[in-house]
Design a protein around this ligand. Structure first.
Ligand SMILES: O=C1O[C@H](COP(=O)(O)O)[C@@H](O)[C@H](O)[C@H]1O
Length: 258
């Protein structure tokens, strides 16, 4: 069973349409947040998501978005140097952050020179300071940060951020805002936990390509109790909105598309 939340699924003909819609969606939330609070707080994830955000660096968004009001966080990050090919910071910087006038000190990257556990603690500390000063909004129901927007990709195994199937302690973390994993095959990582993800005002889950179709089906459809509960199914913003951005191949196994 899934608890109720405000969920919308946008299915597009092509990846290019996903890119257009995603850029417009992010720009609209940025505008609304800047009007409302004077800033826009956004958290990014890895790889294809960054590529799919590419239209934001193009006209009209490169000129119309209030980049100086943006504060950029990572929903997950790898413990690698910032010039490493697997660094989310590097991916985002090369593809996007270096092409728009974001204030460098508003890009909140992790400390990659300590252990994953320490990096998670430090990142949470930074977030707590920014919640105290209300750069990051606070949840109405807990002390959790209320990001204006958290952008999540989807792994083929249904993971989101670095919250993986069977990593029960991270999946069930209730107190900490940021935790870590040292058991993945490539590198140690830090990740937002579900209390933070599910406190956001807006969460977007973005997936393209048929390799993601099973994970999308398991996350969205009313599958029976014999099916695994994939982490993406646990994305249920309590008071916020959840929007899925899919292309047709990624949506091909959804019950509604059959
Ligand atoms: O490992 C990860 O994978 C997912 C999916 O990445 P994608 O490139 O296949 O879209 C990503 O969302 C997550 O942040 C990352 O750590």
């Amino acid at each position: 069973m899934k608890s109720k939340c405000d969920e919308v699924i946008r299915i597009h003909e092509s990846e290019d349409e996903v890119k257009n819609d995603l850029a417009e969606y992010i720009a609209q939330i940025s505008d609304a947040s800047v009007k409302d609070r004077g800033v826009f707080t956004i958290a990014l994830s890895h790889a294809s998501l960054i590529r799919l955000m590419g239209k934001l660096c193009e006209s009209p968004y490169n000129k119309t978005v209030e980049w100086s009001k943006w504060y950029v966080f990572w929903a997950d990050e790898r413990l690698v140097p910032k010039n490493h090919a697997h660094s989310n910071y590097k991916l985002a910087k090369d593809a996007f952050l270096s092409k728009v006038p974001i204030v460098p000190s508003h890009v909140l990257s992790i400390n990659d020179s300590v252990s994953a556990e320490e990096a998670a603690e430090e990142y949470e500390f930074v977030m707590r300071q920014l919640v105290k000063s209300r750069v990051v909004n606070v949840s109405d129901t807990s002390d959790c940060p209320k990001f204006d927007l958290i952008l999540l990709g989807l792994g083929e195994d249904g993971h989101v951020a670095s919250l993986f199937p069977h990593h029960h302690s991270a999946l069930n973390e209730k107190q900490q805002w940021v935790t870590f994993t040292t058991t993945t095959t490539d590198s140690d990582r830090i990740t937002f936990t579900f209390p933070v993800i599910n406190s956001a005002s807006n969460v977007a889950l973005v997936a393209t390509g048929d390799a993601k179709a099973d994970a999308v089906h398991l996350a969205v459809d009313d599958v029976g109790p014999e099916c695994p509960v994939v982490p993406a199914r646990m994305v249920r913003p309590a008071k916020g909105k959840l929007v899925w951005f899919l292309d047709k191949p990624a949506a091909s196994k959804l019950e509604t598309s059959k």
